[in-house]
Design a protein around this ligand. Structure first.
Ligand SMILES: Nc1ncnc2c1ncn2[C@@H]1O[C@H](COP(=O)(O)OP(=O)(O)O)[C@@H](O)[C@H]1O
Ligand SMILES: [Mg+2]
Length: 471
């Protein structure tokens, strides 16, 4: 009886202890499992673990993941690896070892599920990446290491994506990180892609957008005889003969400036060239994104063969005229072009509406733009070719000759718009036609509309150079 009583008391006391422990762990976080997981893998106490980290641009997150995945495949031979996460606390402020030490001291963090994020890796492709997670693996010499991946998290004031390697031995940790970086370079998700740097409203940070690679045929670009050939030889041609040129001691880096009035096809030509260099990485900078020119240039160097497109670069040159002594932006541009070595298979493609001021800046420091090509207003032959090009899907019964004659001085994009308006009119006048048929009256009316004084703004926007065409 007495024994029974004693047993009951013992049980009650133990239960109390269990409840107390549970309450404690709710309050302080049960970091035991997390620390056990880490120290169990490393084989040393957490205080003896050290971490080496490397920060990357936030948009390199997918490439970090690709590098880590490649490392794990290399070390584990494709065996299943176990990622784990960290839950609780204020994540993002410390490096992983900092978090783990905090976990041990204050019980702030605990073992949790891996956080995943989805990031773009192509124009229509996304990949799941680890936003916050750790995975255990073994370095080539048998030392146990932990690899941590953390995506940028602006909410926590962390603007960069990070790779962290934890080990008991600094040399091994550093070697592991270096190897992962090599693998990142091999598996860079940006390689061979068309990407644009832009500014996001939400973050004062640059953002990389993937764009589809345009596919234009030679017939889609209407330029005076020989112009497209010259442009192509200087860009695609050098890429095709890259290794032989380099072997013969010739430099590969090249700069091409396309200049001419707005709407003549400079951007169009750039888009054509992108399609003609399907293996090139293309980095496009427009407008205010031009400030990232040095980043773009180093990216281009890393991801050769590559093209850096600097659209409407006159904005930079104009800046310089305003601010006495030159703006940093123009110098950044020139420095970025200089910073790419002559042996790099990198093409700088610059477009501008006003070559004058820019040419001088570029001419003052030669070796950057080695070919400047004017993209002029289309001549009569060009205007006729444009009418034919942009009426491909239309049924044109109109006589083109009077229109060609009446449009002297307009741009290529004017001709394109002329057909669109003619098509709109045809649809309005003859809505029941099965095909959109354009007759003389449609073309004449569209042209009159575009030449109308009230369309003065349109005309100047389309760049007809203020010359009023009769008709
Ligand atoms: N030379 C051209 N050949 C064929 N289409 C052209 C040409 N120039 C312009 N276009 C058409 O007009 C549009 C606007 O031209 P764009 O290349 O943007 O002019 P720019 O960059 O010289 O200001 C192009 O997307 C294309 O559809
Ligand atoms: Mg343009």
């Amino acid at each position: 009886m007495g024994e029974d009583h004693a047993f009951g008391t013992e049980l009650a006391r133990n239960l109390q202890r269990i409840v107390k422990a549970a309450a404690d762990s709710v309050g302080a976080g049960d970091s035991g499992e997390l620390i056990d997981r880490v120290t169990g893998h490393l084989g040393v106490p957490i205080t003896q673990a050290l971490v080496v980290t490397r920060s990357f641009e936030d948009w390199e997150h997918a490439t970090i993941q690709a590098g880590v995945d490649a490392y794990l495949a290399e070390q584990n031979g494709g065996a299943r690896t176990d990622w784990f996460g960290i839950a609780g606390g204020q994540r993002g402020h410390e490096d992983l070892v900092g978090m783990l030490v905090t976990a041990k001291k204050h019980g702030l963090y605990e073992l949790g599920a891996v956080d995943y994020a989805t990031v773009a890796v192509g124009p229509d492709e996304a990949a799941d990446v680890v936003q916050l997670g750790i995975v255990g693996t073994v370095a080539p010499d048998g030392t146990r290491v932990l690899i941590g991946v953390r995506g940028a998290n602006l909410q926590y004031g962390q603007a960069s994506s990070r790779l962290e390697v934890i080990a008991a031995d600094r040399r091994v940790a550093t070697e592991t990180r270096d190897r992962i970086e090599q693998l990142m370079a091999e598996h860079d998700v940006l390689r061979g892609q068309v990407i644009a740097f832009g500014l996001s409203e939400h973050r004062s940070n640059e953002l990389v957008t993937f764009l589809p690679r345009p596919q234009l045929g030679t017939d889609d670009v209407v330029l005076p005889g020989g112009v497209l050939d010259a442009v192509e030889r200087h860009t695609v041609g050098i890429a095709e003969h890259g290794s032989r040129l380099a072997a013969a001691g010739q430099h590969l880096k090249r700069g091409l400036l396309l200049h001419g009035p707005p709407g003549t096809g400079k951007t169009h030509t750039v888009r054509y060239l992108m399609g003609r260099m399907p293996d090139c990485t293309v980095v496009i900078l427009t407008g205010s994104a031009m400030r990232f020119v040095s980043k773009a240039a180093s990216l281009a160097r890393r991801l050769q063969p590559s093209v850096v497109v600097l659209e409407d670069v006159d904005l930079i040159a104009e800046d310089r005229d305003l601010a006495r002594g030159g703006t940093p932006l123009l110098f950044s541009l020139l420095d970025a072009m200089d910073g790419v070595g002559g042996d790099a298979d990198v093409t700088f493609l610059l477009t501008t509406n006003r070559a004058g001021s820019l040419e001088k800046a570029l001419a003052d420091r030669p070796g950057r733009v080695d070919l400047a090509v004017e993209i002029p207003l289309p001549d009569a032959e060009g205007r006729e070719a444009l009418l034919r090009l942009y009426s491909r899907g239309l049924d044109v019964t109109a006589d083109l000759a009077p229109v060609v004659e009446a449009t002297d001085g307009v741009t290529a994009s004017f001709m394109k718009e002329l057909l669109r308006r003619s098509a709109l009119r045809a649809l309005a006048v003859r809505p029941d036609d099965s095909r959109v048929r354009i007759d003389d009256a449609d073309l004449a009316a569209a042209l009159a509309e575009m030449n109308d004084a009230r369309s003065g703004l349109t005309r100047s926007l389309l760049g007809s150079q203020g010359r009023s065409a009769p008709g």
